[in-house]
Ligand binder design. Structure first.
Ligand code: 5RP
Length: 223
């Protein structure tokens, strides 16, 4: 599996050219992409600016001497490459397994091009195998949790040991366990309109290109 993730990470790095501002995703697959960019900066003099999507990725990129700017310091992001937790047949996706969904969605929103890199286990006909992470303001979040319970979304708190996990942006995450998300747009709209929700892990219609690592080889899915 690690080998497959590395393959797609390296493949996605081929889309990066000198002069680009590049969104750097979060997670074990995106880490291989960042590692490959670091190698090219070091060995080939690749000249890029990175915009990271989490503190973890910032640390990795800095350790590889990739020059970094924040999303507010750049005019635009040419390309962002990130992982995903689940992708349906229409290329809607769930992200946030690594608790970085808020920064990931912001960077993706301001990117001209956006690619996901995944292994084939992430593909499914309908979303719902993976929980939907919802990033919430701590104030009032117990109320929100009960609201999700009443709606039948089987919420659980994202934990860090004994304590509720605190995201890079100082929020909590509530994971919703909804078995079949037949209408991801409808659920996204509902969550968008829920007071106290900062962002959710439904990335509907945001990606046009997915690089999939299959045992048989690499597959490019384009919309
Ligand atoms: C982090 C994410 C990750 O991109 C997603 O969880 C995939 O990670 P991995 O490549 O480790 O499976 O959304 O918030």
């Amino acid at each position: 599996m690690e080998n497959l993730k590395k393959l797609v990470g390296i493949k996605a790095a081929e889309y990066v050219k000198s002069g680009m501002t590049v969104g750097l995703g979060t997670g074990s697959t995106a880490a291989f992409f960042v590692e490959e960019l670091g190698r090219r900066v070091r060995e080939e003099g690749l000249n890029i600016i990175g915009v990271t999507t989490s503190n973890v990725t910032s640390q990795q990129a800095a350790s590889l001497n990739i020059p970094l700017k924040s999303i507010d310091e750049v005019d635009t992001v040419d390309l962002t490459v990130d992982g995903a937790d689940e992708i349906d047949a229409d290329l809607n996706g769930i992200k946030g397994g690594g608790a970085a969904l808020l920064m990931e969605k912001i960077v993706a929103t301001y990117s001209k091009d956006y690619i996901w890199i995944v292994d084939e286990s992430k593909l499914s006909e309908t979303l719902g195998n993976f929980k939907v992470p919802v990033e919430v303001i701590p104030y009032g979040s117990e109320q929100l949790f009960r609201k999700f319970e009443a709606a039948g979304y089987a919420p659980t708190w994202r934990m860090n040991g004994e304590k509720k996990l605190i995201t890079d942006m100082q929020h909590y995450i509530i994971d919703l366990h909804i078995e079949k998300i037949a209408e991801p747009e409808k659920l996204a709209k509902e969550l968008d309109l829920t007071v106290g929700v900062v962002e959710h892990g439904l990335f509907n219609g945001m990606v046009k290109k997915v690089i999939v690592a299959r045992k048989m080889g690499i597959q490019l899915i384009e919309k």
